[in-house]
Design a protein around this ligand. Sequence first.
Ligand code: F6R
Length: 243
Amino acid sequence: MKVVITKDYNEMSAKAFEIMKEVVTANPCAVLGLATGSTPIGLYKEMIRDHKENGTSYKSIRAVNLDEYKGLDITSDQSYVYFMRENLFNHIDIDLANTHIENGKAEDAEAECARYNAFLANNVQDIQVLGIGSNGHIAFNEPGTSFDSVTHIVDLAESTIKDNSRLFKSIDEVPRQAFTMGLKNIMDAKKIIVLANGENKAKAVFGLVKGEITENVPASILQNHPDCTLICDEAAAKLIAEA
Ligand code: F6R
């Protein structure tokens, strides 16, 4: 795994954008695997700025997102489809018909997982952007998830519910289940960038880069990916820098 340590969040976002721009420029029809959460917002701001200043076009780009809360859809401002539109899609020229995410309100959840897996098989990510949970999760693959997993429904870990409650009015409003791409879907991506900032990610980053490859730390599987780059700020790199 390649490791890039930056002085702060803005530099982390700028480095991630450099890699993203290379992918989009090399292939205007690329499939971008995208993540939600606080971490990639700076990257998305850079993509928006560059689109407005330099006209980089996303007209033929396809986007696939990692995960969605079960029970939420575009009508909820806490849904991930809403997040992606607010933070990226509404500000670039991507065709919304080319943006894909699990349907949180699907009546038949198993069929929805099968549909998304089939879709991903035909739309392999040219690049996958990842954040990392403080417990080492990637997407919503919590500790203990099989490395062979594909899109499935998860019960969110208590630590994840607590971490994510900051974005809800109260912890009771955080959905307890979500749809998520599995670890195998993520490992299938041609290129992966993992972003991490802040000291609360330092332990997870250590597990990602230097820990044992174990299903107890889902992100550790990325050590086996042939083209994975971690871009993190000094605070998140604290434990790998010391080791
Ligand atoms: C988001 C996702 C999650 C987050 C992770 C970190 O689509 O899949 O794995 O990347 O929980 O979240 P933040 O960036 O909010 O710290």
